[in-house]
Design a protein around this ligand. Sequence first.
Ligand code: FAD
Ligand code: UQ1
Length: 421
Amino acid sequence: EKHYKLVVVGGGAGGCGVAAKFTGKLGTGNVAIIEPSLYHYYQPLWTLVGGGIYGMNKSMRPMDSVIPKDVDWIRARATAFDPDDSTVMCSNGELIKYDYMVVAMGIQVDLHKIKGLLEALETDPAVTTNYASAYVAKSFPAIKDIRGGNVLFTYPTTPVKCPGAAQKIMYLTEDYLRKSHRRNGVNVQYNTALGVIFGVPRYAESLLKIVEKRNIDVDYKMNLEEIHSDRKEAVFRKLDSDTGETKTVKYSFLHVTPPMSAPDVIKQSPLSDKSGFLDVDKYTLQHSRYQNIFGIGDCTNLPTSKTAAGVASQSGVLRRNMTAVMEGNHVAQKEYTGYTSCPLVTGYGKCIMAEFGYDGIPMETFPLDQSKERLSMYHMKKDVLPEIYWKFLVKGYWEGPGTYRKFMRLGMGHVTKPSEA
Ligand code: FAD
Ligand code: UQ1
Protein backbone atom coordinates (compact mmCIF):
# COMPACT_ATOMS: atom_id res chain seq x y z
CA GLU A 1 0.00 0.00 0.00
CA LYS A 2 1.32 3.42 -1.03
CA HIS A 3 0.31 6.63 0.69
CA TYR A 4 0.15 10.12 -0.87
CA LYS A 5 -0.90 13.51 0.44
CA LEU A 6 -2.86 14.00 -2.78
CA VAL A 7 -4.09 11.46 -5.30
CA VAL A 8 -5.54 12.72 -8.58
CA VAL A 9 -7.60 10.19 -10.52
CA GLY A 10 -7.38 10.92 -14.25
CA GLY A 11 -4.63 12.80 -16.10
CA GLY A 12 -6.80 14.73 -18.56
CA ALA A 13 -7.48 18.45 -18.73
CA GLY A 14 -8.58 18.70 -15.09
CA GLY A 15 -6.24 16.16 -13.52
CA CYS A 16 -2.97 17.46 -14.97
CA GLY A 17 -3.77 21.08 -14.19
CA VAL A 18 -4.75 20.35 -10.60
CA ALA A 19 -1.75 18.06 -9.94
CA ALA A 20 0.56 20.79 -11.25
CA LYS A 21 -1.00 23.38 -8.92
CA PHE A 22 -0.57 21.26 -5.79
CA THR A 23 2.74 19.55 -6.32
CA GLY A 24 4.59 22.79 -5.63
CA LYS A 25 2.84 23.20 -2.29
CA LEU A 26 2.95 19.54 -1.24
CA GLY A 27 6.41 18.61 -2.49
CA THR A 28 8.00 16.05 -4.80
CA GLY A 29 6.68 12.52 -4.34
CA ASN A 30 3.63 13.61 -2.36
CA VAL A 31 1.23 13.83 -5.32
CA ALA A 32 0.23 10.95 -7.61
CA ILE A 33 -1.86 10.76 -10.78
CA ILE A 34 -3.64 7.50 -11.56
CA GLU A 35 -4.00 7.41 -15.36
CA PRO A 36 -3.96 4.42 -17.73
CA SER A 37 -3.59 6.16 -21.11
CA LEU A 38 -0.20 6.53 -22.84
CA TYR A 39 -1.46 9.67 -24.57
CA HIS A 40 -3.07 12.86 -23.38
CA TYR A 41 -5.61 14.28 -25.83
CA TYR A 42 -6.57 17.90 -26.41
CA GLN A 43 -10.10 16.94 -27.38
CA PRO A 44 -11.32 20.41 -28.41
CA LEU A 45 -9.10 19.99 -31.46
CA TRP A 46 -11.09 16.97 -32.61
CA THR A 47 -13.71 19.18 -34.26
CA LEU A 48 -10.96 20.68 -36.40
CA VAL A 49 -9.38 17.28 -37.06
CA GLY A 50 -12.79 16.04 -38.22
CA GLY A 51 -13.04 19.10 -40.46
CA GLY A 52 -9.67 18.36 -42.08
CA ILE A 53 -7.94 21.43 -40.64
CA TYR A 54 -5.42 19.54 -38.49
CA GLY A 55 -4.10 15.98 -38.33
CA MET A 56 -4.93 13.77 -35.33
CA ASN A 57 -1.30 13.94 -34.13
CA LYS A 58 -1.70 17.59 -33.31
CA SER A 59 -4.33 16.72 -30.69
CA MET A 60 -2.15 14.24 -28.77
CA ARG A 61 0.99 14.28 -26.64
CA PRO A 62 2.69 11.46 -24.75
CA MET A 63 1.22 11.33 -21.23
CA ASP A 64 4.66 11.58 -19.59
CA SER A 65 5.19 14.95 -21.25
CA VAL A 66 2.10 16.49 -19.62
CA ILE A 67 2.21 14.87 -16.18
CA PRO A 68 4.27 17.24 -14.00
CA LYS A 69 7.80 15.89 -13.40
CA ASP A 70 7.62 15.74 -9.61
CA VAL A 71 4.28 13.91 -9.63
CA ASP A 72 4.22 10.08 -9.46
CA TRP A 73 2.41 8.59 -12.45
CA ILE A 74 0.59 5.38 -11.56
CA ARG A 75 -0.06 3.84 -14.97
CA ALA A 76 -3.29 2.03 -14.21
CA ARG A 77 -7.04 2.42 -14.09
CA ALA A 78 -8.77 3.18 -10.82
CA THR A 79 -11.07 0.19 -10.34
CA ALA A 80 -12.77 0.85 -6.97
CA PHE A 81 -13.13 3.66 -4.43
CA ASP A 82 -13.32 3.15 -0.68
CA PRO A 83 -13.79 6.71 0.59
CA ASP A 84 -14.45 5.61 4.19
CA ASP A 85 -10.96 4.12 4.20
CA SER A 86 -9.47 6.88 1.94
CA THR A 87 -8.16 4.34 -0.58
CA VAL A 88 -8.39 3.67 -4.32
CA MET A 89 -7.88 0.23 -5.86
CA CYS A 90 -5.97 0.15 -9.16
CA SER A 91 -6.02 -2.25 -12.11
CA ASN A 92 -2.35 -3.13 -11.48
CA GLY A 93 -3.30 -4.51 -8.06
CA GLU A 94 -1.96 -1.56 -6.06
CA LEU A 95 -4.05 -0.08 -3.25
CA ILE A 96 -3.37 3.64 -2.95
CA LYS A 97 -4.09 5.59 0.25
CA TYR A 98 -4.61 9.35 0.23
CA ASP A 99 -5.11 12.28 2.58
CA TYR A 100 -6.91 14.19 -0.20
CA MET A 101 -8.27 13.02 -3.54
CA VAL A 102 -9.36 14.86 -6.68
CA VAL A 103 -11.54 12.86 -9.08
CA ALA A 104 -11.04 13.98 -12.69
CA MET A 105 -11.93 10.90 -14.73
CA GLY A 106 -13.86 12.53 -17.55
CA ILE A 107 -17.06 11.15 -19.03
CA GLN A 108 -17.55 7.66 -20.47
CA VAL A 109 -18.54 7.41 -24.13
CA ASP A 110 -21.06 4.56 -24.40
CA LEU A 111 -20.66 3.47 -28.03
CA HIS A 112 -22.16 0.06 -27.17
CA LYS A 113 -25.48 1.63 -26.22
CA ILE A 114 -26.57 2.18 -29.84
CA LYS A 115 -27.28 -1.05 -31.68
CA GLY A 116 -24.99 -1.47 -34.67
CA LEU A 117 -22.85 1.60 -33.92
CA LEU A 118 -19.59 -0.18 -33.11
CA GLU A 119 -19.95 -2.39 -36.15
CA ALA A 120 -20.74 0.61 -38.36
CA LEU A 121 -17.75 2.56 -37.02
CA GLU A 122 -15.50 -0.42 -37.72
CA THR A 123 -16.83 -1.35 -41.16
CA ASP A 124 -18.64 1.57 -42.82
CA PRO A 125 -16.35 4.42 -43.96
CA ALA A 126 -19.36 6.78 -44.03
CA VAL A 127 -20.12 6.41 -40.30
CA THR A 128 -17.99 8.39 -37.87
CA THR A 129 -17.80 10.24 -34.55
CA ASN A 130 -15.53 13.05 -33.33
CA TYR A 131 -16.21 11.95 -29.74
CA ALA A 132 -13.87 8.93 -29.60
CA SER A 133 -10.13 9.07 -30.29
CA ALA A 134 -10.25 5.90 -32.40
CA TYR A 135 -12.62 7.36 -35.00
CA VAL A 136 -11.98 11.11 -35.28
CA ALA A 137 -9.59 10.57 -38.18
CA LYS A 138 -12.39 8.86 -40.16
CA SER A 139 -14.46 12.03 -40.34
CA PHE A 140 -12.70 14.12 -42.98
CA PRO A 141 -12.15 11.34 -45.56
CA ALA A 142 -15.86 10.52 -45.17
CA ILE A 143 -16.83 14.17 -45.67
CA LYS A 144 -14.71 14.35 -48.82
CA ASP A 145 -16.55 11.28 -50.16
CA ILE A 146 -20.04 12.78 -49.91
CA ARG A 147 -21.76 12.79 -53.31
CA GLY A 148 -25.42 13.47 -52.52
CA GLY A 149 -27.98 11.76 -50.28
CA ASN A 150 -28.82 12.31 -46.62
CA VAL A 151 -25.96 13.65 -44.53
CA LEU A 152 -26.97 13.06 -40.91
CA PHE A 153 -25.81 14.42 -37.55
CA THR A 154 -27.17 13.25 -34.21
CA TYR A 155 -27.46 14.33 -30.55
CA PRO A 156 -28.42 11.87 -27.76
CA THR A 157 -30.65 12.01 -24.66
CA THR A 158 -27.76 11.95 -22.14
CA PRO A 159 -25.37 14.65 -20.92
CA VAL A 160 -22.37 14.89 -23.28
CA LYS A 161 -19.05 16.74 -23.29
CA CYS A 162 -19.02 19.88 -25.41
CA PRO A 163 -22.66 19.68 -26.56
CA GLY A 164 -21.89 22.18 -29.34
CA ALA A 165 -19.43 19.83 -31.02
CA ALA A 166 -22.36 17.73 -32.29
CA GLN A 167 -23.22 20.69 -34.55
CA LYS A 168 -19.80 22.22 -35.23
CA ILE A 169 -18.86 19.29 -37.45
CA MET A 170 -22.17 19.70 -39.28
CA TYR A 171 -21.47 23.35 -40.10
CA LEU A 172 -17.96 22.48 -41.27
CA THR A 173 -19.31 19.68 -43.45
CA GLU A 174 -21.98 21.91 -44.96
CA ASP A 175 -19.43 24.65 -45.63
CA TYR A 176 -17.04 22.13 -47.18
CA LEU A 177 -19.76 20.84 -49.52
CA ARG A 178 -20.69 24.37 -50.56
CA LYS A 179 -17.08 25.36 -51.22
CA SER A 180 -16.42 22.22 -53.25
CA HIS A 181 -19.64 22.75 -55.29
CA ARG A 182 -21.27 19.57 -53.97
CA ARG A 183 -23.97 21.07 -51.80
CA ASN A 184 -26.73 20.63 -54.41
CA GLY A 185 -28.57 17.36 -54.02
CA VAL A 186 -27.35 16.89 -50.46
CA ASN A 187 -29.83 16.92 -47.59
CA VAL A 188 -28.08 18.00 -44.39
CA GLN A 189 -30.07 16.98 -41.34
CA TYR A 190 -29.57 17.44 -37.58
CA ASN A 191 -31.51 14.89 -35.54
CA THR A 192 -31.46 15.90 -31.89
CA ALA A 193 -33.09 14.25 -28.90
CA LEU A 194 -33.48 17.70 -27.36
CA GLY A 195 -36.36 20.09 -27.97
CA VAL A 196 -34.05 23.06 -28.67
CA ILE A 197 -31.02 23.60 -30.91
CA PHE A 198 -28.88 24.91 -28.00
CA GLY A 199 -29.56 25.29 -24.28
CA VAL A 200 -28.83 29.03 -24.05
CA PRO A 201 -31.48 31.16 -25.82
CA ARG A 202 -29.02 33.91 -26.80
CA TYR A 203 -26.95 31.49 -28.91
CA ALA A 204 -29.89 29.29 -29.96
CA GLU A 205 -31.32 32.34 -31.71
CA SER A 206 -28.15 32.81 -33.78
CA LEU A 207 -27.93 29.11 -34.62
CA LEU A 208 -31.57 28.97 -35.75
CA LYS A 209 -30.87 31.75 -38.24
CA ILE A 210 -27.82 29.90 -39.52
CA VAL A 211 -29.59 26.57 -40.08
CA GLU A 212 -32.39 28.35 -41.87
CA LYS A 213 -30.09 30.38 -44.09
CA ARG A 214 -27.99 27.35 -44.99
CA ASN A 215 -30.95 25.04 -45.57
CA ILE A 216 -30.09 22.60 -42.80
CA ASP A 217 -33.03 20.52 -41.70
CA VAL A 218 -33.44 20.22 -37.90
CA ASP A 219 -35.59 17.45 -36.46
CA TYR A 220 -36.18 17.67 -32.69
CA LYS A 221 -36.96 14.90 -30.19
CA MET A 222 -35.30 12.30 -32.42
CA ASN A 223 -33.06 9.78 -30.66
CA LEU A 224 -30.73 7.55 -32.68
CA GLU A 225 -31.43 3.96 -31.65
CA GLU A 226 -29.99 1.66 -34.24
CA ILE A 227 -27.76 1.63 -37.32
CA HIS A 228 -28.08 -0.94 -40.09
CA SER A 229 -24.81 -0.29 -41.91
CA ASP A 230 -25.52 -3.13 -44.36
CA ARG A 231 -28.55 -1.14 -45.63
CA LYS A 232 -27.11 2.32 -44.76
CA GLU A 233 -30.08 3.08 -42.55
CA ALA A 234 -30.36 4.94 -39.26
CA VAL A 235 -33.36 4.36 -37.01
CA PHE A 236 -34.54 7.16 -34.71
CA ARG A 237 -37.10 6.95 -31.89
CA LYS A 238 -39.58 9.84 -31.87
CA LEU A 239 -39.43 10.88 -28.23
CA ASP A 240 -42.66 12.85 -28.27
CA SER A 241 -44.76 10.02 -29.68
CA ASP A 242 -46.94 8.05 -27.23
CA THR A 243 -46.96 5.05 -29.52
CA GLY A 244 -43.16 4.71 -29.72
CA GLU A 245 -43.03 5.64 -33.39
CA THR A 246 -39.70 5.46 -35.20
CA LYS A 247 -38.26 7.16 -38.27
CA THR A 248 -35.85 5.33 -40.57
CA VAL A 249 -33.53 7.39 -42.76
CA LYS A 250 -31.12 6.22 -45.45
CA TYR A 251 -27.76 7.91 -44.98
CA SER A 252 -24.84 8.64 -47.27
CA PHE A 253 -22.87 10.04 -44.30
CA LEU A 254 -23.55 9.76 -40.57
CA HIS A 255 -21.82 11.60 -37.71
CA VAL A 256 -22.92 10.22 -34.36
CA THR A 257 -22.79 11.97 -31.00
CA PRO A 258 -22.96 8.86 -28.81
CA PRO A 259 -24.74 8.59 -25.47
CA MET A 260 -22.37 9.18 -22.54
CA SER A 261 -22.49 8.55 -18.80
CA ALA A 262 -20.38 8.74 -15.66
CA PRO A 263 -17.41 6.33 -15.57
CA ASP A 264 -18.67 2.94 -14.32
CA VAL A 265 -16.18 3.04 -11.43
CA ILE A 266 -17.87 6.18 -10.09
CA LYS A 267 -21.39 4.84 -10.71
CA GLN A 268 -20.55 1.72 -8.68
CA SER A 269 -18.99 3.67 -5.79
CA PRO A 270 -20.37 5.59 -2.80
CA LEU A 271 -19.14 8.78 -4.51
CA SER A 272 -21.97 9.15 -7.05
CA ASP A 273 -25.38 10.77 -6.88
CA LYS A 274 -28.51 9.25 -8.41
CA SER A 275 -27.39 10.25 -11.91
CA GLY A 276 -24.17 8.26 -11.46
CA PHE A 277 -21.89 11.33 -11.65
CA LEU A 278 -19.52 12.41 -8.86
CA ASP A 279 -21.60 14.19 -6.22
CA VAL A 280 -19.99 17.58 -5.57
CA ASP A 281 -21.18 20.91 -4.19
CA LYS A 282 -22.00 23.10 -7.19
CA TYR A 283 -20.23 26.13 -5.70
CA THR A 284 -17.24 24.69 -3.79
CA LEU A 285 -16.49 21.51 -5.85
CA GLN A 286 -16.02 19.61 -2.58
CA HIS A 287 -17.66 16.17 -2.42
CA SER A 288 -21.09 16.39 -0.77
CA ARG A 289 -20.27 13.74 1.84
CA TYR A 290 -16.47 13.30 1.97
CA GLN A 291 -14.61 16.46 2.94
CA ASN A 292 -11.21 15.24 1.73
CA ILE A 293 -12.49 14.62 -1.81
CA PHE A 294 -13.00 17.18 -4.58
CA GLY A 295 -14.14 16.78 -8.17
CA ILE A 296 -13.47 18.58 -11.43
CA GLY A 297 -14.64 18.33 -15.01
CA ASP A 298 -16.78 15.97 -17.01
CA CYS A 299 -17.13 13.25 -14.32
CA THR A 300 -18.92 15.58 -11.88
CA ASN A 301 -22.62 16.35 -11.46
CA LEU A 302 -22.03 20.12 -11.83
CA PRO A 303 -25.17 21.43 -13.57
CA THR A 304 -23.40 23.19 -16.44
CA SER A 305 -22.03 22.19 -19.88
CA LYS A 306 -19.02 19.88 -19.72
CA THR A 307 -16.07 21.66 -21.38
CA ALA A 308 -12.34 22.28 -20.98
CA ALA A 309 -13.23 25.95 -20.54
CA GLY A 310 -15.37 24.91 -17.57
CA VAL A 311 -12.48 22.83 -16.23
CA ALA A 312 -10.19 25.89 -16.42
CA SER A 313 -12.58 28.00 -14.36
CA GLN A 314 -13.22 25.15 -11.90
CA SER A 315 -9.49 24.61 -11.41
CA GLY A 316 -9.11 28.06 -9.82
CA VAL A 317 -12.04 27.42 -7.48
CA LEU A 318 -10.69 23.99 -6.57
CA ARG A 319 -7.21 25.38 -5.91
CA ARG A 320 -8.53 27.95 -3.45
CA ASN A 321 -11.03 25.70 -1.72
CA MET A 322 -8.92 22.57 -1.35
CA THR A 323 -6.00 24.67 -0.09
CA ALA A 324 -8.33 26.15 2.52
CA VAL A 325 -9.46 22.70 3.66
CA MET A 326 -5.86 21.44 3.79
CA GLU A 327 -4.98 24.42 6.00
CA GLY A 328 -7.95 23.80 8.29
CA ASN A 329 -9.99 26.77 7.06
CA HIS A 330 -13.58 27.02 5.84
CA VAL A 331 -14.04 25.54 2.37
CA ALA A 332 -16.02 28.32 0.66
CA GLN A 333 -13.18 30.66 -0.30
CA LYS A 334 -14.32 30.94 -3.90
CA GLU A 335 -17.56 29.92 -5.56
CA TYR A 336 -17.88 28.40 -9.02
CA THR A 337 -20.31 30.36 -11.19
CA GLY A 338 -20.91 27.50 -13.62
CA TYR A 339 -18.71 29.27 -16.18
CA THR A 340 -18.35 27.29 -19.38
CA SER A 341 -17.67 28.17 -22.98
CA CYS A 342 -18.35 26.64 -26.33
CA PRO A 343 -16.64 28.02 -29.42
CA LEU A 344 -19.38 27.21 -31.94
CA VAL A 345 -17.44 26.83 -35.17
CA THR A 346 -20.01 27.54 -37.89
CA GLY A 347 -17.72 27.24 -40.92
CA TYR A 348 -14.11 27.56 -42.12
CA GLY A 349 -13.29 31.00 -40.70
CA LYS A 350 -16.43 31.54 -38.61
CA CYS A 351 -17.16 31.03 -34.91
CA ILE A 352 -19.73 32.11 -32.31
CA MET A 353 -17.94 32.26 -28.94
CA ALA A 354 -20.63 31.18 -26.48
CA GLU A 355 -19.74 31.79 -22.83
CA PHE A 356 -22.22 31.33 -20.01
CA GLY A 357 -22.69 30.29 -16.38
CA TYR A 358 -25.34 28.51 -14.31
CA ASP A 359 -28.88 28.89 -15.64
CA GLY A 360 -27.52 29.86 -19.04
CA ILE A 361 -26.57 33.38 -18.02
CA PRO A 362 -24.21 34.81 -20.68
CA MET A 363 -20.73 35.70 -19.33
CA GLU A 364 -18.91 37.04 -22.37
CA THR A 365 -15.24 38.04 -22.14
CA PHE A 366 -14.73 40.36 -25.09
CA PRO A 367 -16.15 43.85 -25.63
CA LEU A 368 -18.13 42.78 -28.68
CA ASP A 369 -21.29 40.81 -29.44
CA GLN A 370 -20.15 37.19 -29.20
CA SER A 371 -23.47 35.80 -30.44
CA LYS A 372 -22.40 36.82 -33.96
CA GLU A 373 -20.19 34.72 -36.23
CA ARG A 374 -16.64 36.10 -36.25
CA LEU A 375 -13.30 35.36 -37.86
CA SER A 376 -11.47 36.61 -34.75
CA MET A 377 -13.18 33.98 -32.59
CA TYR A 378 -12.35 31.29 -35.16
CA HIS A 379 -8.67 32.19 -34.79
CA MET A 380 -9.10 32.13 -31.03
CA LYS A 381 -10.42 28.56 -31.28
CA LYS A 382 -7.97 27.34 -33.93
CA ASP A 383 -4.73 29.12 -33.00
CA VAL A 384 -4.87 30.70 -29.54
CA LEU A 385 -6.75 28.26 -27.28
CA PRO A 386 -4.56 25.23 -28.15
CA GLU A 387 -1.50 27.25 -27.06
CA ILE A 388 -3.23 28.31 -23.84
CA TYR A 389 -4.11 24.69 -23.16
CA TRP A 390 -0.65 23.17 -23.62
CA LYS A 391 1.39 26.06 -22.23
CA PHE A 392 -0.82 27.05 -19.31
CA LEU A 393 -3.87 24.89 -18.53
CA VAL A 394 -2.16 21.50 -18.14
CA LYS A 395 0.66 23.22 -16.23
CA GLY A 396 -1.78 24.66 -13.71
CA TYR A 397 -1.57 28.32 -14.74
CA TRP A 398 -4.81 28.93 -16.70
CA GLU A 399 -7.94 29.38 -14.61
CA GLY A 400 -10.16 30.68 -17.38
CA PRO A 401 -10.74 34.19 -18.70
CA GLY A 402 -12.59 35.44 -15.58
CA THR A 403 -10.08 38.10 -14.58
CA TYR A 404 -9.53 39.18 -18.18
CA ARG A 405 -13.27 39.44 -18.67
CA LYS A 406 -13.64 41.96 -15.89
CA PHE A 407 -10.80 43.98 -17.38
CA MET A 408 -11.90 43.73 -21.02
CA ARG A 409 -15.46 44.67 -20.34
CA LEU A 410 -14.91 47.68 -18.10
CA GLY A 411 -17.79 49.97 -18.83
CA MET A 412 -19.50 47.49 -21.17
CA GLY A 413 -22.91 46.51 -20.01
CA HIS A 414 -24.95 44.93 -22.74
CA VAL A 415 -24.79 41.42 -21.32
CA THR A 416 -25.74 40.68 -17.71
CA LYS A 417 -23.07 38.70 -16.01
CA PRO A 418 -22.07 37.55 -12.56
CA SER A 419 -18.80 39.21 -11.62
CA GLU A 420 -16.55 36.18 -11.34
CA ALA A 421 -15.87 32.87 -13.04
P1 FAD B 1 -10.67 14.34 -19.83
O1 FAD B 1 -9.84 15.45 -20.38
O2 FAD B 1 -11.48 13.53 -20.77
O3 FAD B 1 -9.71 13.40 -19.00
C1 FAD B 1 -10.13 12.26 -18.30
C2 FAD B 1 -8.93 11.37 -18.05
O4 FAD B 1 -9.30 10.34 -17.12
C3 FAD B 1 -8.43 10.67 -19.32
O5 FAD B 1 -7.05 10.90 -19.49
C4 FAD B 1 -8.75 9.20 -19.06
O6 FAD B 1 -7.79 8.31 -19.64
C5 FAD B 1 -8.72 9.13 -17.55
N1 FAD B 1 -9.48 8.02 -16.98
C6 FAD B 1 -10.64 7.48 -17.43
N2 FAD B 1 -11.00 6.43 -16.68
C7 FAD B 1 -10.06 6.29 -15.71
C8 FAD B 1 -9.87 5.40 -14.63
N3 FAD B 1 -10.72 4.39 -14.38
N4 FAD B 1 -8.79 5.57 -13.83
C9 FAD B 1 -7.92 6.58 -14.06
N5 FAD B 1 -8.04 7.45 -15.08
C10 FAD B 1 -9.11 7.31 -15.89
N6 FAD B 1 -14.10 21.83 -24.50
C11 FAD B 1 -13.92 23.18 -24.65
O7 FAD B 1 -13.71 23.88 -23.67
N7 FAD B 1 -13.95 23.78 -25.88
C12 FAD B 1 -14.17 23.05 -27.00
O8 FAD B 1 -14.18 23.60 -28.08
C13 FAD B 1 -14.36 21.64 -26.89
N8 FAD B 1 -14.59 20.87 -27.98
C14 FAD B 1 -14.71 19.52 -27.86
C15 FAD B 1 -14.89 18.76 -29.00
C16 FAD B 1 -14.98 17.37 -28.92
C17 FAD B 1 -15.19 16.58 -30.17
C18 FAD B 1 -14.84 16.73 -27.65
C19 FAD B 1 -14.90 15.23 -27.55
C20 FAD B 1 -14.68 17.48 -26.51
C21 FAD B 1 -14.62 18.89 -26.60
N9 FAD B 1 -14.45 19.69 -25.45
C22 FAD B 1 -14.31 21.05 -25.58
C23 FAD B 1 -14.62 19.10 -24.10
C24 FAD B 1 -13.32 18.87 -23.35
O9 FAD B 1 -12.44 18.09 -24.10
C25 FAD B 1 -13.62 18.15 -22.03
O10 FAD B 1 -14.68 18.82 -21.36
C26 FAD B 1 -12.40 18.13 -21.12
O11 FAD B 1 -11.37 17.37 -21.70
C27 FAD B 1 -12.77 17.58 -19.75
O12 FAD B 1 -11.64 17.40 -18.95
P2 FAD B 1 -11.61 16.22 -17.86
O13 FAD B 1 -10.31 16.33 -17.17
O14 FAD B 1 -12.86 16.25 -17.07
O15 FAD B 1 -11.70 14.88 -18.73
C1 UQ1 C 1 -10.98 28.25 -22.37
O1 UQ1 C 1 -10.54 28.83 -21.38
C2 UQ1 C 1 -10.51 26.95 -22.70
O2 UQ1 C 1 -9.54 26.36 -21.95
C3 UQ1 C 1 -8.26 26.40 -22.46
C4 UQ1 C 1 -11.04 26.29 -23.81
O3 UQ1 C 1 -10.61 25.03 -24.03
C5 UQ1 C 1 -10.19 24.71 -25.25
C6 UQ1 C 1 -12.02 26.92 -24.63
O4 UQ1 C 1 -12.48 26.32 -25.63
C7 UQ1 C 1 -12.47 28.24 -24.32
C8 UQ1 C 1 -13.46 28.88 -25.23
C9 UQ1 C 1 -11.98 28.89 -23.20
C10 UQ1 C 1 -12.48 30.24 -22.82
C11 UQ1 C 1 -11.52 31.32 -23.19
C12 UQ1 C 1 -11.80 32.42 -23.88
C13 UQ1 C 1 -10.69 33.36 -24.18
C14 UQ1 C 1 -13.15 32.74 -24.39
